[in-house]
Design a protein around this ligand. Structure first.
Ligand code: IPM
Ligand code: MN
Length: 347
C-alpha cells in the first residue's frame, strides 16, 4: 500500500480549525482509496515564537525536507507578532528553500456559490511566481529614525526564474483551454517587465499551440471583473499574482473558497498546500471558519502526489455539498457542519 508522509503546519488562528477539517477529509478519502497518509504535526506558529523566539527551529527546513508534502493552515497573529517577522520566519522561507516556484490558485465558482459578479461561467488558473520578483527580499534601510531615512526594496527577476514560471504556465495552458495571459506593467516598468515580456515571446515560439496575450496588471484587474470567462491560465509575478488572487478569491465568492498550492515542479523538495486566506484571529477557534479552501487545497495535494482519483472525489464531494447550499453563505454553517457534509458526500 502506498503511504505518503505529510508535514502538518496548522499555524495560527483559523489555520488550525481548517487544517483539522481538511485532514479529516483527506484521511477518510485515503482510507477508501487504498493509500495511507501519515500526518506529523509541527506546532510552528506565533505562539511558538512567543515561547522560543523563532517561528520554527533553526533546523526547521531540514526537518520538513523528507516529507512528501506539507499541508499548512495559515501564518500570522499581528497583535502578538509583527507580520514582517512571522511570515519571514515561517511561510516565505519554506516557499523559497523548497523552490516552490509555482503558486497555483484556481478561481471558479463552486456550484451553489453566488459570486458578486453577473458572470458565473469562469474557470481561471492563476500561476503566480513564488520565489523572486517583488518578494526577493533584497533591500535595506539607512538613516533610520532620521528625516533622511531611506528604504529600498528591489525586485529581482532572473531569466531562469521568469522562464521556468512561464514554462509552467504554458504547460498548464496546454492541459486546459490553450490560453495564456501574461501579466506585467511593461508600459511603466521598463527593465524587469519588458524583460518578462521578452522571455514570454521567446517561449511562445516553442508553444505555438498556446494562444498568448500580454496584459498590464491594471487592465487584468478590470478584466477579471468585467470578463473573467475570457481567461484561462493567468501568469503573473509574485506581488501581482498575490493581488490578483485575492481578486480571484473575491469573484469566486470569497477567501473561504480560494485554494492554493506552492509547487516545486521538479519534485526535488516537498510542495506545500495552503488556503489563500489568512489566520483571521477575530474568528479563530469559534468553529465558524469555512474549511472549503483548505479542503480544496488538500485535494490539490493529492493530485500532486499522483492520487488523481482521490483528488477528484474530494472536489466532487465539495460540489455536492455546496450545491445544497452548505458552506456557501458566509457565517451560516459551522466548520464541523461543512466538514460533515463533505464527508457524507464522498462517494
Ligand atoms: C498569500 C499571502 C502571503 C503572500 C502573505 C501572508 C505573505 O498573502 O499567500 O497570498 O503574500 O504570499
Ligand atoms: Mn495573498
Amino acid at each position: 500500500m502506498k503511504c505518503y508522509s505529510i508535514a502538518l503546519i496548522p499555524g495560527d488562528g483559523i489555520g488550525r480549525d481548517v487544517t483539522d477539517a481538511a485532514w479529516h477529509v483527506l484521511s477518510t478519502v485515503a482510507m477508501h482509496s487504498g493509500f495511507t497518509l501519515t500526518g506529523t504535526p509541527f506546532p510552528w506558529s506565533c505562539a511558538f515564537y512567543k515561547e522560543t523566539g523563532a517561528m520554527m527551529p533553526a533546523d526547521g527546513i531540514e526537518a520538513l525536507r523528507p516529507f512528501d508534502a506539507i499541508l499548512l493552515g495559515s501564518v500570522g497573529w499581528p497583535a502578538q507578532v509583527p507580520d514582517s517577522i512571522s511570515l519571514h520566519g515561517l511561510l516565505l522561507p519554506i516557499r523559497k528553500a523548497f523552490v516552490q516556484y509555482a503558486n497555483i490558485r484556481p478561481h471558479r465558482l463552486l456550484p451553489g456559490v453566488e459570486g458578486p459578479l453577473r458572470a458565473s461561467d469562469f474557470d481561471i488558473l492563476c500561476v503566480r511566481e513564488n520565489t523572486e520578483g517583488e518578494y526577493s527580499g533584497a533591500g535595506g534601510r539607512v538613516h533610520q529614525g532620521t528625516p533622511g531615512e531611506v528604504a529600498v526594496e528591489t525586485s529581482i527577476f532572473t531569466r531562469a526564474g521568469v522562464e521556468r514560471i512561464q514554462r509552467f504556465g504554458f504547460e498548464q495552458a496546454r492541459q486546459r483551454r490553450g490560453k495564456l495571459a501574461s501579466v506585467t506593467k511593461s508600459n511603466a516598468q521598463k527593465y524587469s517587465m519588458v524583460f518578462w515580456d521578452e522571455v514570454t515571446r521567446e517561449l511562445a515560439a516553442e508553444y505555438r499551440d498556446v494562444e498568448v496575450t500580454s496584459y498590464h496588471i491594471d487592465a487584468m484587474a478590470a478584466r477579471m471583473v468585467m470578463a473573467p470567462e475570457s481567461l484561462d491560465v493567468v501568469v503573473a509575478s509574485n506581488l501581482f499574482g498575490d493581488i490578483l488572487t485575492d481578486l480571484g478569491a473575491a469573484i469566486q465568492g470569497g477567501l473561504g473558497f480560494a485554494a492554493s498550492a506552492n509547487i516545486n515542479p521538479d519534485r526535488g523538495a516537498p510542495s506545500m498546500f495552503e488556503p489563500v486566506h489568512g489566520s483571521a484571529p477575530d474568528i479563530a477557534h469559534l468553529g465558524i471558519a469555512n474549511p472549503i479552501a483548505a479542503i480544496w487545497s488538500g485535494a490539490m495535494m493529492l493530485e500532486h502526489l499522483g492520487e488523481k482519483e482521490a483528488a477528484g472525489m474530494i472536489i466532487a464531494a465539495l460540489e455536492r455539498a455546496t450545491i445544497r447550499g452548505i458552506g456557501t453563505v458566509p457565517g451560516k454553517d459551522r466548520t464541523e457542519t461543512i466538514t460533515a457534509a463533505v464527508l457524507a458526500a464522498l462517494d
